[in-house]
Design a protein around this ligand. Structure first.
Ligand code: GLY
Length: 564
């Protein structure tokens, strides 16, 4: 199997290169798009063996934990959106939870100021992981193949190793000092010599953990030797996750966030992700404007979307949090009159300074955040047209940088997604509110936006992306690129992106997104524009009018599509 995966990696790259001119990979039956060619291949093989989209998703998630360790994970969490072939939709929340010993001010110093290093690095930064329970629950409810068969490819990739890409070699070299600082011993990511492309990454401890999960399901992670290793890791210094936290961890099937955009039905993730609600607010605003006539990334389009975004992110900071702890006014935020009232404050001529914008007052109210950009997303459609969108994360790249000794997987640093000090901008400039303050056993607010779209009652698009706070606006732009601007799935994923998140008050844009005239006109309206590194890595799939499937694999990473 090992040599097969090696040769397939190259085949996939060829496939991808051939597919990247205008159209993505086109396949008649089933497609898998993920951040790594080997993970996509694992998913395709599961589908070809008779597995459904959920089986493939479980296998891809575990494979990504091996071949994409910066964000694919066992020690993190995420969200899954599933649309069955009969049109019924389900969303699974396997977001991490804070440990029972977590306290509101745990990341503040004696002067009450946030100590970002504690919420970003090392054991205290970790929430109780949700990924394994999430995959077990998804498989139990909807899977067809045996769970053991879905784990086996990941076990083999971990035990026999796989060749790292140039990008991964670079990342591992850059993280070297962090791995030394935040681990008490050696780990698979530390090499005597600098890593280079094509080096083999062996992860025997991770393989053994995957075998325990393969053989014992949930108990292979939340109980027994793996749980003991996590607790021991905590006791090496600073960590507070206990055996009881692990035993008590639970996933939640939530009511999907559903809305419409023109003739499309949008199904996305509800709180504790802000993604679905914010996306639906943005689409409701976008629907009122002639974007196709204005054209892609024109002054009118960018100005309007940036203004809509700053209002939506102001609402996000005020109202979004874990629905098991706070009342999130989803209906009010999506209320048509409320959307119209928010729209009425947008001037076509000038940008509204963010300091002049506060959250609106949606109807029926009874009663802020930052995310790192290293997350990962995959999209799957099977031959029966079941569809899955999964976004999963350790939060930062390589999470807390701490590997659970003996178990071979990284701890997340998801505690940093809470508002350590409500009302104060975090290290990334996003404002957090009381709704997202730390409490025991609470889920931290997310921006992850795994999304499935129907057109006239039929499956149309599956998409999502990493990118922290930029996730929502990347998903929005990708949808509009197809529905308004006539792009293929691949073009929509590759198109340059911009982002406004209310605070800081500026439009972030990938280098070269705006030509000089557009930039000058936007600045004349009062927008400050900051160019930056790539935004997001959207992996998406589209059902074409003839029923074939087009993949969009983001060229910003090593992402790849496979299918048949
Ligand atoms: N940690 C990134 C997110 O949940 O949005």
């Amino acid at each position: 199997m090992f040599s097969k995966y090696l040769s397939i990696a190259f085949l996939f790259l060829l496939n991808f290169v051939a597919a990247s001119a205008g159209r993505g990979l086109i396949v008649p039956k089933a497609v898998v798009v993920s951040a790594h060619p080997l993970a996509s291949q694992v998913g395709v093989e599961i589908l070809q063996k008779g597995g459904n989209a959920i089986d493939a998703a479980v296998a891809v998630q575990f494979a990504l934990a091996v071949v994409y360790p910066s964000a694919g994970n066992l020690g993190g969490g995420g969200f899954l959106v599933f649309r069955k072939m009969d049109g019924k939709a389900f969303t699974l929340d396997f977001r991490e939870k804070s440990p029972a010993a977590a306290t509101k001010n745990m990341f503040l110093d004696d002067d009450g100021e946030p100590r970002a290093e504690l919420s970003l690095f090392g054991r205290l930064a970790a929430g109780v992981p949700g990924t394994v329970e999430g995959m077990v629950a998804a498989h139990k409810r909807f899977g067809k193949l045996k769970f053991t068969d879905l784990l086996q490819p990941a076990v083999e990739l971990a035990r026999r190793g796989f060749p790292i890409s140039a990008r991964q070699a670079n990342e591992l070299n850059n993280e070297r000092n962090n791995f030394i600082e935040y681990n008490s011993g050696s780990c698979a990511f530390l090499s005597m010599k600098a890593w280079k492309a094509g080096d083999t990454l062996y992860q025997p401890d991770l393989a053994a953990t995957l075998e325990r999960i393969r053989d014992n399901g949930r108990a292979g992670f939340y109980e027994g030797p793996t749980a003991a290793m996590i607790v021991n890791e905590m006791q090496r210094g600073g960590g507070i996750i206990t055996a009881e936290d692990l035993r008590n961890y639970n996933v939640v099937w939530r009511v999907p966030a559903v809305g419409t955009y023109k003739q499309y039905k949008i199904v996305s993730m509800p709180p504790p992700s802000s993604g679905g609600v914010a996306l639906l607010q943005l689409l409701a605003m976008a629907e009122t404007k002639p974007l196709a006539q204005w054209r892609h990334n024109s002054v009118e389009t960018v100005h309007f979307l940036a203004e809509a975004e700053r209002r939506v992110y102001a609402d996000r900071a005020e109202y979004l949090g874990d629905p098991d702890f706070v009342n999130v006014p989803i209906k009010g935020l999506l209320d048509k009159k409320y959307i119209a009232q928010r729209l009425s404050t947008i001037s076509p001529d000038s940008a509204t300074p963010s300091d002049e914008i506060v959250a609106g007052l949606p109807p029926n109210i009874r009663t802020k955040a930052h995310e790192s950009e290293e997350t990962t997303h995959f999209s799957i459609i099977d031959a029966d047209r079941n569809a899955v969108a999964v976004t999963t994360t350790l939060n930062g790249s390589y999470g807390a940088k701490t590997v659970v000794a003996g178990a071979g997987f990284l701890l997340n640093n998801e505690m940093d997604d809470f508002s350590a000090k409500p009302g104060t901008p975090n290290a990334y400039g996003l404002i957090g509110g009381a709704a997202n303050s730390i409490a025991p056993n609470k889920r931290m607010l997310s921006s992850m936006t795994p999304t499935i779209i129907e057109k006239e009652g039929k499956l149309f698009m599956v998409l999502g992306t990493p990118g922290g706070s930029t996730i929502i606006t990347s998903v929005l732009q990708t949808i509009l690129n197809v529905t308004e601007f006539g792009m293929t799935m691949q073009e929509a994923v590759a198109a340059p992106r911009f982002h406004n998140q209310w605070q800081p008050d500026r439009i972030y844009a990938e280098i070269g997104t705006f030509n000089r005239d557009v930039r000058t006109s936007l600045e004349a309206k009062g927008h400050e524009i900051t160019e930056r590194t790539p935004i997001g890595r959207v992996d998406a799939a589209l059902v074409l009018p003839d029923g074939t499937l087009e993949a969009g694999a983001d060229t910003r990473g090593d992402d790849a599509a496979g299918g048949y």
